[in-house]
Design a protein around this ligand. Sequence first.
Ligand code: SAM
Length: 215
Amino acid sequence: MEAAFWINSWDQGGTATSFHRRDIHPYVQKYATPEFLRGKRVLVPLCGKTNDMMWFREYADHVIGVELVEKAIVQFFSEQALPYEQVEPGRYAADKLTIFNRDFFALEAADVGHIDFIYDRAALVALPFEMRQRYIRKIDTLLPIGGQQLVITLDYAPRMETPPFSITPAEVESYYSPRYSVELVENPLLPEHRMVAKFNLDYLYEPGLLLTRQA
Ligand SMILES: C[S@@+](CC[C@H](N)C(=O)[O-])C[C@H]1O[C@@H](n2cnc3c(N)ncnc32)[C@H](O)[C@@H]1O
């Protein structure tokens, strides 16, 4: 989507940012455990103001978020009551957490340094097909061999031509395999998800996939 779409979403708030969850995502708690995160550097592309960054900040060595819309970043620090400083234009820091106010496509490997783990919840699904291909190519430049990703999408019908886009586990596999091993670890049917009633969906699943970058 164009930047204006997301700037407008954050300006409106409310239902326009209903992707934001109040909790720590249960897949994060299950798969990115404190033991798993110990010593790791975590990247959260298209981070919004997700609370999951607080989990990573607590248990990982360092977490780096990347978000296009400054308002989301300011809200994040304010809602978490987390003191921060703007170390340079577009770069916010609070001890083990850094958030870049940047177009993810303009991010370079040198900006983030070594990354062990990428958390993609609602990043792939935020992007239309062409941008998604660019996103995946960028991810490939940032995650070394042995690096892992937790990818969380939505798989629903009928499909909509606006975010969140529907992406099946098989589509995730087609994007990343064989460069990554891909394991579907969660795929619950969620009849109570807010989107089902709102858009009169036939069904909605929330797939969670663990990916490991191969040699
Ligand atoms: C669907 S939201 C998901 C946010 C977060 N991952 C979560 O789970 O709550 C997508 C976010 O990506 C941001 N975004 C969209 N395009 C971007 C880009 N090119 N670079 C960085 N952030 C972007 C939007 O502003 C929005 O906050």
